[in-house]
Design a protein around this ligand. Sequence first.
Ligand code: AHG
Ligand code: MN
Ligand code: MN
Length: 320
Amino acid sequence: MTTFETYLDSHKGGALNDELTVVLLNIAEATRQISKKLRTSSLAGLTGATEITNVQGETQKPLDVLSNEIMLEACRKSRAVAFAVSEELDEEIQIHADGTYAVIFDPLDGSSNLDVNVTVGTIFSVIKAQAPDDTLKNGRGQIVAGYAAYGPQTSLVLTVGRGVQIFTLDDAGDYVMTTADARIAPETKEFAINAARRPSWDDVITAYIDRSIDTSGYNMRWVGSMVADAHRIFNRGGIFLYPADRAKPASGRLRLLYEANPIGFLVEAAGGAAIAGKIDILDIEPTSLHQRVPVIFGSKKEVTKIREAYAAAERAIEPA
Ligand code: AHG
Ligand code: MN
Ligand code: MN
């Protein structure tokens, strides 16, 4: 049996040093606590919305706030953490002045699904950072990335750069490895998109989805929690799209630093692809902490079709 702890131990001296290992152990502990809070949230009155709006104009749920606190506590317990960057914080906060890493997180992804008992998650990544500006690095600078998916099971999915491992929380509170080296199937016929937003898509996305619907054998799934949609893709392939959207901020809904980058890092480590159009998500140079980007990821062959369609569309409008 390989537990999360023994897996981290086996990478000491390689991708992980002692300090990073402590950071990851504390993050794993935070996800155990969040998982526990979620299980009885209705009984504890942790449902509905708060009166608070976060920096992105979204109303916070009590569990958004609580999960954020739990993740911040995990950062405080880790001496090596210099900064925490969260979807629920206005800006980065300093944790330890002599720290060398930033932990970047979406404490609770898919929180609109909380009151209906559908899978939600915590997304995180760790980068090197000693000054506030270091938090604005492109996704290739991530050292580790992962997420916890809180569904019928609590799963912890992690990459330390190469390969993706999936752990399942057992009754004793241990994360036990249940999939070693998860790979995203290169070909797939399952797509995930909020189809109600079709009038706001660009021509490339509209054509891709229309073609998929017209081609026999395609299937659609949309959970509304990116973590849950991503988890399905890690397990049986597929493609996820939250594209540019004319009616939302033009760059779509999802945030680069704490949603797109960690998932992009995991997806590439599992042999899939993650793009914002013509370019890889991991190559986007961030300009602000809460920047939003179009997000398309999953099975390589499908993602490549879209990347090539964007490149062709751009060629078509270039002056001769
Ligand atoms: P969050 O709950 O952290 O704000 O993120 C929600 C995101 C993502 O998880 C999901 O894929 C998407 O929003 C759902 O968007 P729609 O409401 O358009 O379906
Ligand atoms: Mn989210
Ligand atoms: Mn969130």
